[in-house]
Write a protein that binds this ligand. Structure first.
Ligand SMILES: *Cc1c(COP(=O)(O)O)cnc(C)c1O
Length: 459
């Protein structure tokens, strides 16, 4: 059992003297919470158990007969070891490109601490995001303010806190920056082809290539320092070539910038890198090999190259466990029952205690498909086990009173009862970060573990 505490910009792992089991810790914490003893400031504990044990311990820690409502809530198990492995993988496959974690993807305080201690940079889009990174003791030079359209006061905040790197894609922003942050190191975000991405960011941001000349002329006229180019191929990119083509576009603007007196030495290749659970199709290996070689072919070693991965770091690191809180059996007439035997109509509707307004907002905002697996059924722990039971089609719904709150309309599940549990893997990206508390349902709690012994040395 380890505690992580912040000391003089260092993250230290302090072994606790007693080593209670996770079950005991959770029971103690529940008691402390009830007695109002829990200090909200202390960092959560990081365990060193496999994910299966974390899930099992949590499920074993509450008494279904007790009235402690909180214990039944949905919860996450976050594996910091997975985030660490992703960092190593990045360093191995893209050694030239410095990762700046796009924190909007999952600003989890422990993930942020781990990445800060590993020396990653951060892509921030608002004053609060910048502030939370600075509060970790990260040097302002390790932040890029990567929102091309910024509120005046936020630009002043960046100026007052020595955050210099920031992106822009329109002339009005240049006048704003001239006024509030004349020493900014500006990065021109160009438009690239995002047609092969799930989330098309080009609708909103990015300067078309026929506008870059005039933007550079304006910046030159204002005496602003433009240091290079950025792009974002779109989040959930499913075409590895998109990165290569974008790098070539960036090269064109590098050359163009010379006409306006700029000698660019900075390239930001943005985000859009696949999460670790993508093991076929556009894998990180494929993207890295195309991107790495295109960058090397077009940019000399004098050019500093950074990226803004979000999903890549956290997607696979979070597992969500939810309880089946209610079940409705759909009554079919005899003919339909026959159909049902042929698996065409859902036979049951399951209601679980996290949904579209909570963690599963990724279904709407991030175009994700979330597949439920059985975690606990009739008291039997079933994490990552092949269940032999007969399956049928069912729909799975969140807990709110809105009918949009549907997680899947066609899941293949064995018969479940209220009180059983389902889990969802790869829930780390664009989930908790945009969850609301609509209808009075709290955000799901996070338990931390590390499946990588190394992580303790890096904190
Ligand atoms: C959202 C975002 C990212 C991260 O995108 P991922 O697909 O999660 O890697 C990076 N940069 C910018 C500017 C973004 O808006």
């Amino acid at each position: 059992m380890i505690d992580i505490s912040l000391q003089q910009d260092q993250f230290e792992v302090v072994p606790t003297l007693v080593q209670p089991t996770l079950v005991e810790v959770l029971k103690m914490r529940a008691k402390a919470q009830m007695a109002g003893l829990q200090s909200s400031k202390s960092l959560p504990q990081v365990h060193t158990l496999p994910i299966a044990d974390m899930l099992a311990a949590r499920l074993a820690s509450f008494d279904p007969e007790s009235e402690d409502a909180e214990a039944e809530n949905a919860f996450y198990v976050a594996d910091l070891g997975e985030v660490y492995r992703q960092h190593l993988r990045w360093k191995t496959l893209l050694p030239r490109i410095e990762p700046f974690f796009a924190m909007k993807c999952n600003p989890d305080p422990m993930v942020m601490r781990l990445l800060a201690s590993l020396g990653a940079g951060f892509d921030c889009a608002s004053k609060n995001e910048i502030q939370s990174v600075l509060d970790l003791g990260v040097d302002p030079s390790r932040i890029i303010y990567a929102n091309p359209c910024k509120q005046n006061s936020f630009v002043k905040y960046a100026y007052n806190n020595n955050v210099r790197m920031m992106t822009f894609d329109n002339a009005e922003e240049l006048y704003k920056i001239k006024r509030f942050h004349p020493e900014a190191q500006l990065v021109l975000r160009i438009l690239t082809d995002d047609s092969k991405s799930l989330c098309k960011l080009g609708l909103k941001f990015g300067a078309p290539l026929d506008t870059t000349a005039s933007l550079l002329a304006t910046a030159q006229g204002l005496g602003l320092d433009v240091i290079g180019i950025s792009f974002h191929v779109g989040s959930g990119c499913f075409d590895a070539n998109a990165f290569g083509e974008a790098v070539i576009r960036a090269r064109r603007v590098f050359d163009q910038a010379k006409d306006y007196g700029f000698d660019f030495k900075f390239l930001d290749v943005g985000g859009g890198f696949p999460s670790a659970h993508v093991t076929e199709g556009i894998t990180f290996e494929k993207v890295a090999s195309i991107l790495g070689s295109t960058v090397d072919a077009h940019f000399g070693p004098e050019v500093r190259v950074i990226a803004e991965p979000g999903r890549y770091y956290v997607g696979s690191a979070f597992t969500l466990a939810t309880q089946v809180i209610a079940r409705r059996t759909i009554q079919h007439d005899a003919d339909q029952a026959l159909d049902n035997a042929r698996n065409e109509n859902p036979s049951h509707m399951y209601y679980i205690n996290d949904g579209m307004y909570g963690s599963f907002n990724c279904i709407m905002f991030d175009h994700q498909v979330c597949e439920p697996h059985v975690l606990l059924r009739d008291g039997e722990f079933a994490y990552q086990q092949e269940l032999m039971d007969r399956r049928s089609l069912a729909s799975v719904w969140g807990p709110t009173c809105d009918s949009i709150d549907c997680i899947t309309s066609k899941a293949s599940l064995p018969l479940m009862e209220s009180g059983d549990w389902l889990y969802f893997e790869n829930m780390g990206a664009y989930t908790i970060t945009a969850a609301s508390q609509f209808n009075g349902f709290k955000k799901s709690e996070i338990l931390y573990t590390t499946t990588e012994q190394e992580v303790t040395f890096h904190f």
